[in-house]
Every structure is written in C-alpha cells, then in structure tokens.
Design a protein around this ligand. Structure first.
Ligand SMILES: C[S@@+](CC[C@H](N)C(=O)[O-])C[C@H]1O[C@@H](n2cnc3c(N)ncnc32)[C@H](O)[C@@H]1O
Length: 214
C-alpha cells in the first residue's frame, strides 16, 4: 500500500477553512452540495477525512469510511455521532444495497483505482439510491496550482491525480444533476464574490464539479 499523504496533514486539515478565502470557498462548495442532496436515511461518505461534510449532512444514519488513521482518529473525535470505519474505497466492507446515498468528495484524486472505487460505491447503494461525486476539476485554475505543488513534492498533491467532468462522465454516464462552484483563481483578492463572478465570466471551470448519479 502507498504511504499515507494525509498522515502529517490531518491536524491542520480544516484550518484553511478559517481563512477569508478558505471560508468563501467552503461556503460556495456547501451551497453546491446542498442543492444536490437527495432524500434518504443512510449516508456513506467514502474518504470522509476529518468528517467536515459528514458533520453537516442531514441524514439520520451516517457512516464515514477512511483509510488514513490520522484522519480517521480526528474524524471520530469531531463527529462522534457518525459510525467510522477504517477501509479503502476500492473494497468497501459493506453488503450490497446498504445505503441511500454514497458521497465521494475530492477523494477520487487520491484512490489507487478510480473504476473499482466507483463500482464499489454503486454496489452498496440501495435500489433508487444516489451516488454523489465531487472532484477538483482538472481544468480549473486550482488544479493547475495543485499540480504544480505536486511537481514540487508538496503533499498531498504529489500523490494526486486530477479528473475532468468529462472523465467522470465517461466512467459513470451522464449525471442526473450537476453543479459547479469556485470560479475565482487561487490568487484572487477580496471581495471574493466579485472575483468569483469575474472568474465565471472569464470562462474558468469551477474548482469543484459535483454530479449526482442513480
Ligand atoms: C482531500 S481529502 C477529502 C476528505 C473529505 N471527503 C472532505 O471533503 O473533507 C481526501 C481523503 O480521501 C482519503 N483517501 C485516500 N485514498 C483513499 C481510498 N483508496 N479510499 C477511500 N478514501 C481514500 C484520504 O485519506 C483523505 O482523507
């Protein structure tokens, strides 16, 4: 198995969300995610990290699956109301038809096998359930920055791959619904809502692409 790129990052993982730019970005992401949330009771988040989304998502029963013991430990502490399971997206330790919703939020960038992870996610969905996938769009200005940091050996980007929405749709087919968010560049100056609109007008792809599949 590869070295865990999140081992040394877990403790500070959510601190960027407290910066002015980080707070704007995560609020835009949350708005996009909220518009796509399907009804249901049982949610599985694959690669749940420190549980940032797991904490906020409105489902009665929530399970976070996470391979990094550093992230998992923090997640358990921050989101004790969820059930936490150590594991990999490529081999989910759940029977088929277990969940109404499976969420993968900026996780396909780090898994070893994207195809297996997606087929596992679909296997554990109940009939009529929904798969929600969020990616860091490969053609956005943010992916350009992260790719450059990765080339310089900065973690976790040194171990990341980036997909476009077209790559995702080649794997999953056309989504039932989709959203895009975060059009501003990583170097943007406040006011961020204006910078975001300017990025959209300039034709930037949003850093976050979210799709929902059955
Ligand atoms: C960028 S973080 C996103 C965490 C969380 N989804 C969020 O949005 O806050 C990526 C997460 O994917 C996890 N991950 C890496 N490889 C994985 C795999 N094969 N299966 C499941 N999760 C994996 C990492 O440990 C990390 O916690």
């Amino acid at each position: 198995m590869r070295e865990d790129p999140f081992a040394t990052l877990a403790e500070g993982y959510e601190s960027w969300y407290e910066t002015p730019l980080g707070a704007f970005v995560v609020a835009e992401e949350e708005k996009a995610l909220e518009t796509l949330l399907p009804p249901g009771e049982d949610l599985l988040e694959v690669g749940a990290g420190t549980g940032y989304w797991l904490k906020r998502l409105p489902y009665a029963r929530k399970v976070g699956l996470e391979p990094s013991s550093a992230m998992l430990q923090l997640g358990r502490r921050k989101v004790p109301e969820a059930t936490w399971v150590e594991g990999q997206g490529e081999a989910l330790p759940f029977p088929e038809k277990s969940f109404d919703v499976v969420l993968l939020f900026t996780v396909l960038e780090f898994v070893e096998d994207v195809g297996k992870t997606l087929s596992e996610a679909r296997r554990v969905l109940k009939p009529g359930g929904s798969l929600l996938v969020g990616i860091l769009e490969a053609l956005s200005p943010w992916a350009a920055l992260y790719r450059r940091l990765g080339e310089k050996g900065v973690l976790p980007w040194a171990q990341a791959r980036f997909l476009t929405r077209e790559d995702l749709q080649d794997l999953l087919g056309p989504p039932e619904a989709e959203r895009e968010a975060v059009f501003l560049a990583p170097e943007a100056e406040p006011p961020f809502p204006d910078a975001d609109q300017a990025g959209l007008r300039a034709g930037n792809r949003g850093a976050l692409y979210l799709g929902r599949w059955r």
